[in-house]
Write a protein of this length. Structure first.
Length: 268
């Protein structure tokens, strides 16, 4: 018969083990105050740089993961690689971002300038502050993750075009005109920016293939026509891969060309 032997653990070792186990939780204590984990969703509140404070628009957010950061500068989306240096610092390498002309470009430009390189971390019970080497700061408070819009039954308004790692906003003449909806049965309809269109699609998982487009035949010149040609070519590529982050959609072809779109109104 197997017997169990009681092993005595010295008091000092027991304390070390207890502290190690406590560190495995989702929060840490400092002086009796529970500090939040760095990884998570954050609402950006303000920036300080060169003696100035810029207050963030309500849509400025960051989601910090183990190796990646995503979010919004306030209007344009962002993506970056992150490397954590314990709980006190991280190094940010910016990745692709959209390049739309937005109402508060001063804040967005400053945010993009600060959120890169090595940033030290100052954690409080209800906020996280990222500091650059020159003392500039990004102040944030905890925020619940934004719910992802559904791919189907959502009207998507095209905001930009992708070409590999390059993202560009639509020309002002075409902004807000190109939109589409994928119904639950994968019937697609919308506007290419000038002509209305419809198509049948097939899909599996995060991939979708558009069938031939049926569209009206208005002559579309200038930037609107250029955007329409780009979207027509994109929808003819297959399969397309879609990804949703909050209210933002990225749709890319195998050759790296694609589009970004924002959820408008849900279709009942």
């Amino acid at each position: 018969m197997r017997t169990h032997r009681h092993v005595h653990i010295p008091a000092g070792l027991a304390l070390v083990l207890a502290l190690a186990l406590a560190g495995c939780g989702r929060a840490e204590e400092s002086g009796g105050v529970v500090l939040p984990q760095v990884e998570g969703s954050w609402a950006v509140e303000s920036l300080t740089s060169e003696g100035r404070t810029l207050h963030a628009p309500g849509s400025a957010r960051l989601t910090l993961g183990a190796t990646e950061a995503t979010g919004s500068y306030g209007c344009n989306g962002l993506k970056a690689a992150v490397v954590h240096d314990g709980a006190d610092a991280l190094t940010v390498t910016p990745g692709p971002r959209t390049a739309m002309a937005c109402p508060d470009m001063e804040f967005e430009t400053a945010f993009a300038k600060l959120f890169k390189g090595r940033l030290t971390i100052d954690r409080g019970p209800d906020r996280l502050t990222l500091k650059t080497s020159d003392g500039s700061t990004i102040a944030m408070s905890p925020a619940p993750p934004a719910a992802d819009a559904p791919f189907t039954a959502t009207e998507w308004t095209v905001t930009g075009l992708l070409d590999g790692q390059t993202a560009s906003s639509l020309p002002a003449e075409a902004a807000g005109k190109a939109r589409f909806t994928v119904a639950p049965d994968l019937a697609v309809s919308g506007n290419l920016g000038c002509n209305r269109f419809s198509a049948r699609a097939t899909g599996e998982g995060a991939h979708i293939t558009f069938g031939p487009l049926t569209s009206t035949r208005m002559a579309c010149a200038g930037p609107v026509g250029t955007v329409e040609q780009a979207l027509t070519s994109l929808f003819a590529a297959s399969p397309l891969t879609w990804r949703i982050d909050g209210q933002n959609l990225t749709l890319t072809a195998p050759d790296g060309k694609g589009l970004t779109a924002k959820a408008a109104t849900s279709v009942e």
